[in-house]
Design a protein around this ligand. Structure first.
Ligand code: SF4
Length: 494
């Protein structure tokens, strides 16, 4: 028995250049964790990282030909399209190299297994949610297929049964890492699974599948043991916690963070985390920055309490502002998650959001403005918003996949402004793709260009918001404003 775990090549789409990733960051360790579990149980496993190693299909085929696996496991990531080319590749290698079983895992297969199994006959099963135990059972008992944790074709159609949830996350073997895991100058590490929140647009908890223990943290000692092991293998001293929510709930969550901070401090490294605004308070942030915290992403999502309620964010605008103030007090300028356009947004919501961003100095840099003034709510299968909009008959499922959907905005003016901002920011992104490095290196000419672009973008948003208050623009007017914006951007960037 030997197993290949494949991270397939990802494609880039100009149109979707800044949509939030179609798989959460935590998914980047999926193959590593399955690999770790199989290796710890003496199963011969190789991770082929077609993504980080930038392999093309023939490079991958070469590795498959050399290893001729019994089972090919694939971390299947949605590509904003139908994956046809990749499915043809799977069919080809399965037949050519006589692979006995092909299975897929990850967020996309967990929620869209039906579509995937229907589209690609070469895929035998889709593992659901956290897949370490199911994959182990599959490999140990093959050709017997586990009765839970996997979606399979049967004579009664496709049947999917969720598997066991891993309550004690310390029991997981450390993820397997390849040289390519260290190729981008930082090490991804997972300190917890799930989240005690329940935002309508998020499918972290439906993925992990435990409705009782939503957030499951590893002990600080267990995390540090992995960090120590990684530090033996690489000189990299920057760790990024991929946890959707670094903090556990309540007092116990805070104590755990303080203990972890103490242990991290002794390692003299730097790290980044992602957190909820309501968890940000002085004691833990002081301890974490003292221990090497350099980057933090917080999901603010909105500057209006009514919208935060609609998103079931369980935070308030006051929480958001306090979090920003504390982080800045300790020298951290956070990256922020912000949903300017959500299905039920009103023009008033957008105005309040805009004022919030301005008041909190979140419109001063192009790199931030271009995100926060544009982001719309992405609706993915598995989230509660997908289900609710479907029940309300408001869900427009993508022609590419059931995994992705959008909805018609309640307000036609909001819809028009959202479309304009998308066109305008995509135009800016097309320039930033090749110039951000110069800006990052503080090239004075590029910094000035970015300053002018930022001024233009922020002013345009405010102007269009005012215009919309008088009603929708005609299509000709809309297009003429966007064209004029593009020309001004082109003039600045020449
Ligand atoms: S805070 Fe909300 S968006 Fe973030 S992981 Fe938790 S449920 Fe998901």
């Amino acid at each position: 028995m030997n197993v290949i775990l494949l991270e397939h090549p990802r494609s880039y789409s100009n149109d979707r250049c800044n949509d939030i990733a179609n798989a959460p960051l935590s998914a980047c360790l999926n193959s590593g964790y399955i690999g770790g579990m199989l290796a710890a149980n003496n199963i011969d496993v190789t991770i082929v990282d077609g993504y980080l190693e930038q392999l093309n299909y023939s490079d991958i085929e070469e590795q498959i030909a050399a290893l001729t696996p019994t089972i090919l496991g694939i971390h299947l990531v949605y590509h904003w399209e139908d994956n046809k080319t990749f499915y043809q590749f799977i069919e080809h290698v399965k037949q050519t190299y006589d692979i006995a079983y092909v299975c897929v895992y990850g967020f996309y297969p967990t929620f869209a297994y039906e579509e995937i199994l229907n589209r690609c006959p070469a895929i035998d099963g889709a593992l659901l949610g956290e897949a370490e135990l199911t994959f182990l059972k599959l490999a140990e008992n093959f050709p017997t297929i586990p009765s839970a944790g996997i979606a399979v074709r049967t004579t009664n159609g496709i049947v999917a049964t969720r598997g066991e949830v891993i309550i004690d996350v310390d029991s997981l073997p450390f993820p397997q890492r390849n040289p390519s895991s260290y190729s981008f100058g930082e090490v991804n590490i997972s300190g917890s699974r799930g989240c005690y929140g329940g935002c309508t647009f998020c499918y972290i908890n439906p993925y992990y599948g435990d409705s009782k223990r939503l957030w499951r943290g590893r002990s600080p000692e267990n995390i540090i043991a992995e960090i120590d092991a990684v530090m033996q293998e690489t000189d990299i001293r920057y760790f990024y916690f991929t946890d959707p929510n670094f903090y556990g709930p309540g007092r116990a969550g805070k104590e755990r963070v303080l203990k972890l901070a103490r242990l991290l401090k002794e390692r003299h490294l730097h790290f980044g985390i992602e957190a909820r605004a309501n968890d940000i308070e002085a004691e833990t942030i002081k301890a974490l920055t003292g221990a090497g915290l350099k980057h933090i992403l917080i999901g603010l999502e909105s500057g209006r309490d009514e919208a935060l309620k609609r998103l079931n964010k369980l935070t308030t605008v006051a929480d958001n502002e306090k979090a920003l103030q504390i982080l800045r007090q300790y020298g951290l300028e956070p990256s922020v998650g912000f949903i300017m356009f959500e299905p039920d947004s009103t023009l008033e919501d957008l105005k309040v959001n805009f004022d919030f961003l301005k008041r909190n100095a979140l419109l001063d840099k192009l790199e931030i403005s271009v995100n926060v003034l544009y982001h719309h709510m992405i609706i993915l299968q598995g989230s509660s918003s997908y289900k609710a909009l479907q029940e309300q008959g408001r869900l427009n499922i993508s022609v590419h996949s059931t995994y992705e959907a959008d909805t018609d905005y309640r307000s036609p003016q909001v819809a028009m402004l959202a479309g304009m901002m998308r066109d305008m920011t995509n135009h800016i992104f097309s320039y930033m793709k090749d110039t951000w490095e110069l800006s990052f290196k503080k090239d004075p000419i590029m910094l000035e260009k970015y300053r002018l672009l930022n001024q233009l973008l922020v002013q345009s948003f405010e102007d269009f918001l005012c215009l919309m208050k008088n009603g929708e623009l005609s299509i000709d007017q809309r297009n003429s404003y966007v064209d004029s914006f593009h020309h001004t951007v082109d003039g600045i960037m020449v």
